[in-house]
Design a protein around this ligand. Structure first.
Ligand code: BYC
Length: 471
């Protein structure tokens, strides 16, 4: 078990003190990172004590320490899962060969691009969520937001460590650029689509952490398979933190659905908006949007990039070890492809379909969450059910990009799509209504009317605990 040096200026379990050049480079980047955090991190909450968990070791049990911390003092550090002795590449043309402890020259550019793309999402999400602290529905939720934010900051560190330690000058330049792009900025946007969409209310936030963070889980799982061992080890540790982010999203939407169901039960004839709740059709429209935006993050259905990532042993499948065959040659993957105004089923060479294979595993995982939400409706005797729209709906990347598919996956005439768009995507009216609900609740015992309290608090503490000391 590697030991974590928590007292170092940059806490780490990679013996940074033994590589003075790398240490110096990272110590130079650190003040720029902190400046970025102060400029773009949670606005107006930097001086408050927040009950946060901090990684203190990388073993499965007890890696987290919970205590009050001011966010700028959070111990952002570099933690890699321990190496697996004798690990070999688990898939592709290099199957069975030893993994690479340093970046192989022939895959340098591709790996750098993958790491930069992954790294770019982390600060982007912090930027997107910057203003949400002002409208948190409870102190419990406020604390969860900040926990997610500081960990996304740490995930940026994880990628910057790889860039600095493995990619020399190019890596250092990329690390600087990660602090320069800005979510939603037309001149220097973040790389991937969903990370430029505003997240300015808590319904968007919960949908984002449910659906977009879950893309993170699947991308990290695919990178954890990588033959480039430092990438595998760093993503394996990131995944342990990621679970909480998806919990925040999944349980956040669940508590909204639960509250709406309660309000509907109290008065079956009423429109829940009259009681300050969020109607299920509105929840469904937000769900549709974030699910579609997040599906785009997996890239094109048919992708020669994905085929080479797999062939070269750089990016594997979700749980590669559950497959019997790891070359994926002479195999096909069935998918629907738009053709002459209709969709037809087609077999695509498996390596080219790797983005879709990963996306399908993701969709299955999302469905489990939606089923849980629906249990509340079932228990309340409400007939309506939430559901995932078709994978073809409202896509901007890949085979179905910018084609007018409805939520059932039927291709519409453009005019019909334009007319019916407001049935399946958030409307101006929806946004205006959601905006009226964005009011901070500052009494730790209270929660906004549109969301139920969680079943339990953090780390065995009650919901009412003062997770953020506001004074
Ligand atoms: N937006 O062959 P294609 C997370 C580009 S989330 C804009 O279809 P490929 C987190 C693509 O780069 C996980 N551009 O796809 C969550 C390519 O560009 P070039 C983030 C897009 O190459 C919440 C072109 O289109 N991690 O961690 O297989 C909070 C054709 O590409 C998009 C990763 O994504 C898009 N949606 O790329 C915090 C893992 N999709 O080459 C954090 C690293 C594709 O023509 N990235 N393009 O210039 C990858 O593995 C891959 O780059 C992709 C798919 C998954 C993005």
């Amino acid at each position: 078990m590697s030991t974590v040096d928590l007292t170092a200026k940059i806490p780490n379990n990679v013996n940074l003190d033994q590589d003075k050049k790398l240490l110096r480079a990272l110590e130079q980047w650190q003040p720029d990172y902190l400046q970025w955090w102060l400029d773009m991190g949670p606005k107006d909450f930097q001086q408050l004590d927040v009950y946060l968990r901090t990684a203190i070791s990388v073993d499965a049990e007890g890696w987290a320490n919970f205590d009050y911390v001011k966010m700028p003092d959070y111990r952002w550090g570099i933690f890699l899962a321990d190496p697996v002795p004798g690990r070999t590449i688990g898939f592709g043309d290099n199957y069975g060969k030893p993994t690479w402890p340093v970046v192989p020259g022939e895959h340098r550019n591709t790996l750098r691009r993958l790491i930069v793309t992954q790294g770019d999402t982390e600060p982007a999400s912090v930027e997107q969520q910057r203003m949400l602290g002002h409208t948190a529905p409870s102190i419990y939720d406020l604390r969860n937001l900040f926990q997610v934010n500081v960990e996304e900051g740490r995930h940026l560190w994880a990628m910057v460590y790889l860039l600095h330690s493995q990619f020399g000058r190019d890596g250092r330049e990329e690390a600087e650029a990660l602090l320069e792009r800005r979510s939603g900025d037309p001149d220097k946007p973040r790389i991937l689509g969903a990370f430029n969409a505003p997240v300015d209310n808590w319904l968007d936030f919960f949908m984002f952490t449910m659906f977009t963070d879950r893309d993170g889980k699947y991308q990290l799982l695919a990178l954890a398979e990588s033959g480039f061992d430092p990438l595998s080890r760093t993503t394996r540790f990131m995944l342990t933190e990621e679970a909480h982010h998806m919990f925040v999203g999944e349980s956040g939407v669940e508590r909204i659905v639960q509250r709406t169901a309660e309000l509907m039960q109290q008065d079956k004839n009423e429109d829940v908006t009259r009681q300050g709740g969020i109607p299920l059709d509105l929840v469904q429209r937000y769900l549709n949007r974030w699910f579609a935006l997040s599906l785009d993050l997996f890239g094109g259905e048919i992708s020669s990039n994905a085929a080479s990532f797999f062939a070269d042993g750089l990016k594997g499948r979700y749980r590669e070890d559950s497959y019997e065959e790891h070359q994926a040659l002479d195999q096909h993957y069935r998918m629907t492809v738009p053709r002459d105004g209709a969709v037809v089923e087609e077999d695509v060479p498996l390596r080219n379909a790797m983005n879709e294979v990963l996306r399908d595993a993701y969709v299955e995982d999302c469905q489990r969450g939606v089923d849980r939400w629906n249990k509340h409706l079932e228990r309340a005797g409400i007939a309506v059910r939430l559901r995932l729209p078709s994978k073809r709906f409202y896509r901007h990347i890949g085979l179905y990009a910018d084609m007018p598919f409805d939520a059932d996956g039927r291709l519409l005439e453009r005019s019909e799509w334009d007319r019916r768009r407001g049935e399946c995507l958030p409307t101006e009216k929806d946004r205006a209504y959601v905006a009226t609900l964005q009011k901070a609740v500052r009494d730790p015992a209270q929660i906004a009317n549109w969301i139920a309290k969680p079943a339990r608090g953090i780390k065995g503490l009650p919901f009412e605990y003062q997770y953020v000391r506001l004074d």
